[in-house]
Design a protein around this ligand. Sequence first.
Ligand code: CAA
Length: 247
Amino acid sequence: MRKQVALVTGGLGGLGTAVCRRLHQEGFLVAATCSPSNGQRHAWLSARRDEGMDVLVVEADVADDGACANAVARVLAETGRIDVLVNNAGITRDRSLRKMAVDDWHAVLGTNLDSVFSMTRHVLEQMIERRWGRVINISSVNGQQGAFGQANYAAAKAGMHGFTKALALEVARHGVTVNTVSPGYLDTNMVRDVPPQVMKERILPGIPVGRLGAPDEVAGLVAYLASEGAGYVTGANIAINGGQHMC
Ligand code: CAA
């Protein structure tokens, strides 16, 4: 049987790399998008090859619908199918609203939420044709609880929940599931950018498990949602945040 194909947006980042690795271990052929300005692409690919992984990397500004269409077409041309889409690409531009520029709003909404619309729209038809698909949207604890300085990011991440539930209703009868995973603060570069004092005094004390999450812990959950066995889970949001926010 031909291998199933998983496409991970922002696949070269901290969480994206862990998700690519885990899906490869589960037997998927893995493709990843990376931003055109990502200078790490060749080093990343060579590190993956050293681990025995062959990942198809396509450049795409996922905030741009045309670029998403091209990226999906390129992956389909190389692999013939996309069974699993992980909408993982995300950026932060943290500032209190009084200081937030219009561009900070549009950049974050574009990369974190418009991308989910565009990528999903472009992969969906061929999933429906095969009557099997998994769309997994990586949201955030801050889409549920908000965060000081993240009106843009929290709005984008909260927007994913409505998108997930609406689309889950539309495609359940076609064998496609749509779910959201909401990680808390993970040990990645994105979180390392939080000022140390804010992390120590305001964020860590609010995490009952007492530590940052490991990207691998979230990747395991993504792999479950991508599996055959998760066919009855759809329209769900699964929190994985060390107890920081419970609802
Ligand atoms: N809670 C309450 N008050 C805070 C605060 C917080 N978390 N952070 C800052 N403040 C206070 C400041 O101490 C300051 O108080 P004073 O006026 O009394 O001095 C006031 O708010 C204004 O602070 P600033 O002028 O410094 O505000 P700013 O617009 O420059 O923004 C910030 C500061 C960039 C938001 C900075 O606090 C920060 O980076 N915070 C971390 C934000 C965060 O958690 N980001 C998550 C990134 S990781 C991620 O997003 C992944 C994920 O999904 C979880």
